[in-house]
Design a protein around this ligand. Sequence first.
Ligand code: SRM
Ligand code: SF4
Length: 567
Amino acid sequence: MRRKLSHLEHIKAASRQLRGSIAEGLADPVTGAIGDDDGKLLKFHGSYQQDDRDLREERRRQKLEPLYAFMLRARLPGGVVTPAQWLVFDRLARDYASAGLRITTRQTFQWHGILKRNLKPAIAAINHAMASTIAACGDVLRNVVATPLPQQSSLHAEAYAWAAKLSAELAPRTTAYHELWLDGEKLVGEAPPEPLYGTTYLPRKFKIGMAVPPLNDVDVFAQDLGLIAIAEQGELRGFNLVVGGGMGASHGDPSTYPRLAEVIGFVTPGQLREAAEQVIAIQRDWGDRAERKHARLKYTLDERGTDAFKAELEHRLGFALQPAQPFRFDHNGDRYGWLEGEDGRWHLTLHIESGRLLDRGEQRRLSGMRELAKVHTGDFRLTCNQNVIVANVAAGERERIDAIVRAHGLDGYRKQSAIRRHAIACVALPTCGLAMAESERYLPTILDKLEARLEQHGLLDAPILLRLSGCPNGCSRPYLGEIALVGRGPGRYDLRLGADFGGQRLNQVYRENVDEAAILAALDPLFARYAAERTNGEYFGDFLRRAGILVPSPSPSPRRIPSEPVA
Ligand code: SRM
Ligand code: SF4
């Protein structure tokens, strides 16, 4: 029986390539919002309509419409930003946004709280800075992420070049973007179909991430299509393809689950572009267009079988994938402080709590980064752990950079506990319309409390991966945290434990729907045992499994892969 297409499929099909009536909605002075259907199309242009949830109730009482504003997300492949671009983005944050600059878990920037009338000038300014917001959201290939640490300079340059190429060549071609935001020529008549995306684009969002071992800082197994760069003596030989990763789930709905991507084979650099396009095309053709909760590639794979997917890919490509090559990941966090690249240039990774760059009291992170951008002659790299790398610094410039970093309190990485340095929290309240509990705003509080307990057990230096999400959608990739809190309701979370340190094993629920007191009560004895019983260099998640505190789930879903990589 043919299933009914989801409502969004009809909206996309009728949108004349993502135009809808967005222009009319933007011009309507009576409301700060745009229509519901246009709001869905706007995502493809890189923006979400939101409202300030802290003020919702009060405004309702006053019979005012919600305080509508727009979140804008840039598309910055590989997270690379020039100093000139940084200054433009900083200016936008101060002129139009309500909460500074926000580095996301996909190494780009978001601006929150942009009023409707300011959306067009903001998007135009981003484009004039030679960046874009197109396809930063929506049912398309999103920002392509890549390991940002340029320590292995030539390999990194290649990884970045691939991220930029895939991002550019697999982006939507619609002229609606230019028409709406950049005063491009108006389309007359029907829009021609997009070459890759057709008239209805993909069934759901699609994500590509490239890791350069031993760093898995992009969480390559959480991507729809992950690329693991395989090098020999510093020379790029090609990429292992991993498919079907994804984090999103819904509480109480076992048909949705986080899933790790599977390694299906190896391609040479010359084959990569075509392979990536065909993976997307199969998902375009096979993905579920009736039920959006079930429309990611991970579900297509579980339904059709990975072997069938691989056979279809090879059929469309006209060649067989080579066997996957060995690889090994050390960890999926960032390495803080200065590191020298193989070309003698230096790179400074700074820790930015929850990626939020804002001047608040003593903390002057937004100003500090602006001062750095004024003098820095290299580039900046945003990381998938919401941090920033001041990259490509000449040895003689290090002192000047350090002085600015210190003066603006950006040197936290030197003093912080290991758990703080490794923590990630999604945005959640007050802007995220899907948040069930606090995340970014709760992170400092829970960290203080966890640190107090870790200190009692002599564990302040233990590098434990902590991830907080305000709902099960998993924007901080919480299912890959050694400790994770996943929001269920105000002040209540699922406590999940036991992922590994390299992003290759999912965690599992340890306590369901608990409050802070219960979370701390559950963790304290585990910290005590970890302090007393861990073996040399053993990570917290691994310890919990070895000690039998966590028993691996018997269920095949969520999919687990061995903690040891293919060898
Ligand atoms: Fe996300 C939806 C924020 C990375 C899975 N995500 C949202 C929205 C847009 C809420 C909405 O739909 O109304 C959030 C906006 C909050 C706000 O106010 O800014 C939001 N997601 C974010 C960011 C900003 C989190 C952060 O703190 O950095 C990240 C922006 C990434 C980017 O620059 O493109 C972000 N989101 C992720 C990731 C992590 C990743 O991609 O590595 C995931 C898990 C991986 C995955 O896709 O499976 C993720 N976000 C989701 C989902 C669940 C998708 C699913 O398959 O079920 C949703 C909900 C949805 O799409 O319906 C979602
Ligand atoms: Fe919002 Fe949930 Fe994503 Fe957090 S995990 S930003 S609460 S959608």
